[in-house]
Each structure stands twice: as C-alpha cells, then as structure tokens.
Design a protein around this ligand. Structure first.
Ligand code: BES
Ligand code: ZN
Length: 389
C-alpha cells in the first residue's frame, strides 16, 4: 500500500468487503463504485486528498493490513482491473472443474479401518497441550514456543520414517510455521496440503489466547490424521504436506508466504484442505458440516460432498465466509484448488462466540468432541483418497 498518489487521479480501492465497510464508515468522501466476486470484493472511490487516511485505515484494521489490497488510479485503470477480476473468476472456475473431473472414491479398504481408529481422546489431549500456552500470538515468545511444541510433537510421531521430514519454516517475524512432508512414492505427481493455523489471538493482543477451537482444533485434527497414517504404516503415492501456519490471525501472513514459495518453486498441488474451527457446535442450529463456498474451489468442494456422503454420513450445506477469512484463501488466490469445511452455520454469527478471547478453551468445547470427529474423518478420507492415485 505504499505506492504514492498519481497526481490527482481518483483512487479506486480494491478491498475485501469487511475493510470496505470500515473505510465507508470513516471516510466521508468514500463511495462504493462496484461490488465484485459475489460481494466479497468492494471497489471504493475516494477523494485523492483522502488517500493517506484510507491507507492508514487499511493498516490499522486488525488482521487486514496485509498486502492483498490494491489501488487503481483513474476510472480507466479501475475498469481494467474490474474486467480482469471478473474474467479470472470465470476462468478459474471452469479450469479447476475440468482438472478435477475424474476424481473417484476407491480407497475404502484403506480408509475404513483407519476411520475406526480415530480417537477423541487423542484430539482432546493434543488440544489440551496447545491451549495451555498463554497465547500463540505471532509476536510473542509463547507463540514461538507453541510452534516448537508442534514441531517436536510431529517429529516424535514420525522419527522412525525416512520418508518424512519436519521443519520449522522461518518468516520475517518471530513465530515460525511448521512444515511436515510425507514424501509420496511418486514424488513428481502433484501433492496435497492439510493446513491449519498454529497461532492464536485475543482482541487485546497480548492477553491470554488459548485458541482451543481457533485453531487448536484444526492442528489437533491434522495431527490425528498423521497419527493414523503412521500407525497404519500408510505410504501414499503423492506427497502430503502438513502445515501449522504462523500469523494467520495477523492477516494470513504465514500461509501467504508459504503459498507464494510453492508457486515460486513451481511445486504442483492437486488440492489443499484447511481446518480452522472444527469442534464447537452451536446448540441452536443444525449440527452439520458447512462447506465454505467462497475463496474455495467449486470442483474440489463437490468432491468433499462425495467424501462426506461416503465416509462421514452427516448432512452438509454450503455457506459463505464473505471475505478471505482463513488460510484457504492464500492458496486459492494463487490458483491452487482449496476447500474449507467449517463447524457451524448457516450464518457467520452462529460460530463459536468465544474465539479471540480468554474463553476459547477446552472446557467450553467439552460436549462437542463428537462433532469434531466428523471433520477428522473428512480430513482423513480426503488425504487418503486424494494422495493415493
Ligand atoms: N478462524 C477464524 C475465521 C472465522 C471465524 C471463520 C468465524 C468463520 C467464522 C480466523 O482465524 C480469523 O479470525 N480470521 C480473521 C481474518 C484474517 C484475515 C485475519 C477474521 O475473521 O477476522
Ligand atoms: Zn482461525
């Protein structure tokens, strides 16, 4: 956002809808010019003299001050960007549907025995470990320790396997991400990613942030998938990457860097699964799997539906996050097919009321572990079916 004003050309801000609302509230000169991608991107026209105020709002809005917002100067340039966003959206949807068309379900003999071994006490214990850190905020010492804890845990689970590497992935801020690679027997085939964010936050940045549901639950779920793979001596055909991302709560920073590194190194991926908040069940709404339908891949989402029907046996529905609300968006932005099954809906405010507070704890999730198990089943079925053909 540091580009200087281009003379008196009118600036058009391309921002997500949440940030758009923030700018419209605080800048009297701001007006909405167009809304794109089913309302998730707002194009906002402002007075050139208000540009630095707008940039300040973007930087000050928690979690949204990262580099994914764009400015066009002058109406012609704004129109060009609008055209390219709309065109790319169509192109992405049709291309991705095409590449995924022949995905079948044929690994039942491997998946079913592993599904029977899923254990809620493992899920619970892992999450107890994670939520015991004072905070896993990306700029705190305990946030760094939390990631190292995941690193040592994943290493100890896989130390006997010479096809597994675990590493801390360093960023320009203190907290690393954790990367585990289970190498496929055919390492040239596109691999898959199971991702969750290891960091946590409190609205009051330095306060306690146990982050049991957001997102200890996602890390615990992927760790359980890894445990089952190790105990069943699973050796996939394609490589499987497990990620605990740093700094999701600061604006998807860790996953953004990692996805860009993959793109830069030309590492092909068949698909990405994000697990973020998978245990809480809202007592007043249907206990089903909500598949986030925006910033995700249409064709892979419909494969998720097949997996739910085959292996999980619960109802499901689509819902929108309306903005780039978790790490799936970092991959989706770069064209990697990505999906995000979510714990509660059908509206965003049906979700866990305690996230980003001191009360996002294990005890608040006490009665919900059976709900979490549905998501572990889905992740396991996804990982085996996607990676083994
Ligand atoms: N897990 C949340 C996202 C979420 C919350 C999805 C509630 C659905 C319902 C995630 O960790 C988060 O807090 N994301 C930020 C945005 C991010 C870009 C900083 C958010 O939603 O404010
Ligand atoms: Zn989260």
């Amino acid at each position: 956002m540091s580009r200087p004003s281009q003379g008196q050309d009118v600036p058009y801000l391309f921002v997500n809808s949440k940030l758009g609302a923030e700018i419209l509230t605080h800048l009297s000169s701001a007006e909405i010019y167009e809304s794109l991608d089913n309302g998730s991107v707002s194009v906002i026209k402002i007075n050139p003299l208000d540009l630095s105020k707008a940039q300040q709002i973007i930087e000050d809005t928690p979690g949204l001050g990262c580099g994914r917002h764009k400015i066009s100067y002058g109406v012609a340039s704004a129109e060009k960007r609008i055209q390219s966003i709309s065109a790319m959206q169509n192109w992405q949807e049709s291309k991705m549907s095409f590449t995924m068309l022949n995905n079948t379900i044929d690994q039942q003999s491997l998946v079913n025995p592993m599904l029977n071994d899923i254990s809620s006490s493992h899920l619970l214990n892992l999450n107890l470990g994670l939520s015991a850190f004072r905070s896993r905020y990306f700029q705190t010492n305990s946030g760094v320790s939390g990631m190292k804890w995941i690193y040592y845990h994943w290493r100890s689970m896989t130390i006997h396997r010479n096809d597994v590497q675990v590493q801390l992935f360093e960023h320009s801020w203190p907290q690393p991400s954790v990367l585990l690679k289970l190498e496929g027997s055919d390492p040239n085939l596109p691999g898959i990613v199971l991702g969750a964010h290891g960091d946590s936050t409190n609205e009051d940045k330095l306060d306690f942030a146990p982050g049991a549901d957001d997102d200890g639950s996602g890390v615990a779920s992927h760790t359980e998938v890894l445990r089952l793979m190790m105990e069943n001596n699973f050796k996939p055909k394609r490589s499987i990457y497990f990620f605990a991302y740093s700094a999701e709560e600061a604006g998807l920073l860790g996953s953004d860097e990692i996805a860009m590194r993959f793109k830069g190194l030309n590492i092909p991926l068949k698909g990405v699964l994000q697990s973020d908040m998978i245990i809480y069940k809202n007592p007043n709404t249907p206990k089903i799997i909500y598949l986030i339908s925006d910033f995700t891949d249409v064709a892979q989402n419909s494969f998720m539906v097949d997996l739910i029907n085959t292996y999980v046996g619960v109802s499901w529905a689509y819902m929108k996050c309306t903005y780039a609300c978790s790490d799936h968006a970092s991959w989706n932005d770069l064209g990697y097919p990505s999906s995000f099954p979510f714990e509660s809906g059908p509206n965003l405010n049906d979700s866990n009321p305690n996230i980003h507070t001191i009360n996002d704890t294990m005890s608040f999730l006490n009665n919900s572990y059976d709900h979490g198990i549905h998501f572990v089943k889905l992740a396991l079925a996804y990982a085996v079916e996607m990676s083994n053909k």
